[in-house]
Design a protein around this ligand. Structure first.
Ligand code: HXC
Length: 510
């Protein structure tokens, strides 16, 4: 009996070594952790339960039958993050470069099926040379199986991808279909075709980092939602994100203990909006002052910074925040901002996370590049996302909101539950100067007359009361009491029930 126990221990020890000490050392030399080290850091201590440690590939081509490492290049299982269950897979680059064989993919599919069945998130740590070349089409088919599960799990359980090494070819499409992608700076990349193919086809000379590194995907393409300095930071931040999310679409996000008075008054907010309407201010200051303990998890910080998206807590409850940022492009909506915010709003709605919208928006960005780029369709994404969302929606209008952007930004007309405005707010079709230039074109030569018209227009419309008279604004509130008002609003909406008409699915303008 003892021998048998020892045999198991020996087999486990071999499996844990993956591709062997030499390759583990090489992994460390690149500043990367191994698959098992990553899982250990991601999960609560001692909580990992492994599946399929002894699974080996079935390939017999290219002499592969002589090399059948236990686990087949991916470590899978489940564990907890701050006591809440998650399923994980971590590709092991030390075993055939973490390449995906039929059995490797089957292991991933197994935990995805269990995650869906048991209602818990899937966190994938990607570090792979792609399809296992020796297995050919079997490996492609296996990828297809993973993709199909990504699609079925979308909107049912949160899916998070950490890119911690190479991720190329069709392999990128599994992470692309998950909810959040985080990359590690300098050691991860994602592209559909690598630098060599790019050179051959388009004659462009580009490094892997330039083509698909963390900076490219968080700043230019917006494929990734965040970039971190190293594996340790990426894993710690993923734990932080998981704390904001429900385990599945039928559960609420966890309520965390909080040590911040929900009625906290913030006198500094009374002077946040400058007297000069053209002077910007930092909307992040408002977010941090509203949030419990100033804790804000930002999504896509480095992309389309004219809109801010991320998670806070109010009275310990997770809230998704969407906010125009006057510091960047005056906070206007453009193609990138609309896409970024629309995806975020849809994530929140899919997982029953209430949405707080902070509005200071001069409108949509004009220009041929925007029109040719399809700002109509992209802007409509955000409009559509807000309009279909049935989660509690609270909106605070801090300064101005003009034109279509007024309607888009979680207005009353898109089933906003609470639409608050600060006294500094202004709701209008457009700014006073623009309006007067259209209405009084014949008087444009007379500067004095025009100045009078601008003043008249401002007196009439540059306030929140015209909208409040019509009930489009529910209440004009003091900036210093915003945290209390917003927290109470969300508290009153905790048992909100709203459903959309039955449909197979909608047809959001993609
Ligand atoms: C089998 C692979 C492999 C692969 C790497 N290895 N990629 N084995 N299939 N796809 C093995 C190597 O032979 C090597 O084995 C070990 O993993 C480490 O690889 P190195 O090349 O030594 O590492 P490094 O120099 O860091 O380079 C990593 C790499 C490179 C950039 C990922 O290995 C590479 O270019 N691999 C091929 C990538 C590729 O073309 N994949 C197919 C993409 S198409 P030893 O025994 O020496 O340690 C695709 C389609 C998916 O994925 C489609 C889905 C629908």
């Amino acid at each position: 009996m003892k021998d048998i126990l020892q045999q198991l221990e020996d087999r486990r020890a071999t499996a844990r070594l993956g591709g062997g000490q030499r390759r583990i050392d090489a992994q460390h030399a690149k500043g990367k952790l191994t698959a098992r080290e990553r899982i250990e850091l991601l999960l609560d201590e001692g909580s990992f339960e492994e599946f399929d440690m002894f699974v080996a590939h079935r390939c017999t081509d290219f002499g592969m039958e002589a090399d059948r490492p236990a686990g087949d290049g991916v470590v899978t299982g489940w564990g907890t993050v701050n006591g809440r269950m998650v399923y994980v897979f971590a590709q092991d680059f030390t075993v055939m470069g973490g390449s995906v064989s039929e059995t490797h993919a089957a292991k991933i599919c197994k935990i995805m099926d269990m995650a869906l069945q048991n209602g818990a998130p899937v966190i994938g740590m990607n570090d792979s040379g792609g399809a296992r070349i020796q297995e050919g089409v079997a490996s492609l088919a296996a990828y297809g199986e993973v993709f199909q599960r990504n699609i079925l799990a979308s909107g049912v359980v949160p899916q998070i991808s950490l890119i911690m090494g190479p991720c190329a070819g069709g392999a990128v499409y599994s992470p692309a279909m998950t909810d959040f992608i985080f990359m590690v700076k300098d050691s991860s990349y994602m592209f559909v075709t690598g630098p060599d193919v790019v050179k051959t086809v388009t004659n462009e000379q580009v490094t892997a980092e330039e083509l698909g590194g963390a900076s490219t995907h968080t700043r230019k393409s917006s494929v990734a939602d965040g970039a971190f300095e190293n594996d340790v930071e990426a894993l710690a931040e993923t734990r932080r994100l998981i704390d904001f999310l429900p385990l599945n679409n039928r559960e609420k996000a966890p309520v965390r203990p909080f040590f911040d008075d929900p009625a906290r008054i913030e006198p500094s907010l009374d002077t946040l909006v400058p007297d000069n309407p053209n002077q910007p201010y930092d909307m992040k200051e408002l977010i941090l002052k509203l949030a419990d303990e100033a804790d804000f998890f930002e999504i896509q910080r480095d992309f389309a910074a004219n809109i801010i998206t991320g998670f806070i807590r109010l009275e310990g409850q997770s809230i998704g925040v969407v906010a125009n940022q006057p510091m960047v492009l005056a906070g206007c909506l453009d193609i990138d901002a609309s896409r970024k915010a629309a995806r975020f709003v849809r994530f929140c709605d899919a997982f029953e996370i209430p949405i707080l919208t902070l509005v200071d928006v001069p409108g949509f960005l004009p220009g041929t590049s925007q029109e040719y780029g399809g700002v109509i369709k992209h802007g409509a994404k955000l409009l559509f996302a807000y309009g279909e969302a049935t989660v509690p929606k609270v909106t605070v209008l801090t300064r101005k909101t003009y034109g279509g952007a007024y309607v888009v930004m979680s207005s009353k007309h898109l089933r906003g539950d609470f639409n608050y405005a600060w006294p500094t707010a202004e709701v209008a079709v457009m700014g006073a100067k623009g309006a007067v230039e259209i209405l009084y074109r014949s008087e444009l030569g007379d500067k004095e007359k025009i100045a009078g018209r601008v003043k008249d227009y401002e007196d009439r419309f540059a306030n929140p009361f015209v909208a409040a008279e019509k009930g489009f604004i529910d209440e004009v509130i003091m900036p210093h009491s915003t945290r209390r008002r917003v927290a109470r609003a969300f508290a009153s909406l905790r048992s909100k029930k709203l459903t959309n008409p039955w449909k197979k699915h909608d047809n959001i303008p993609l």
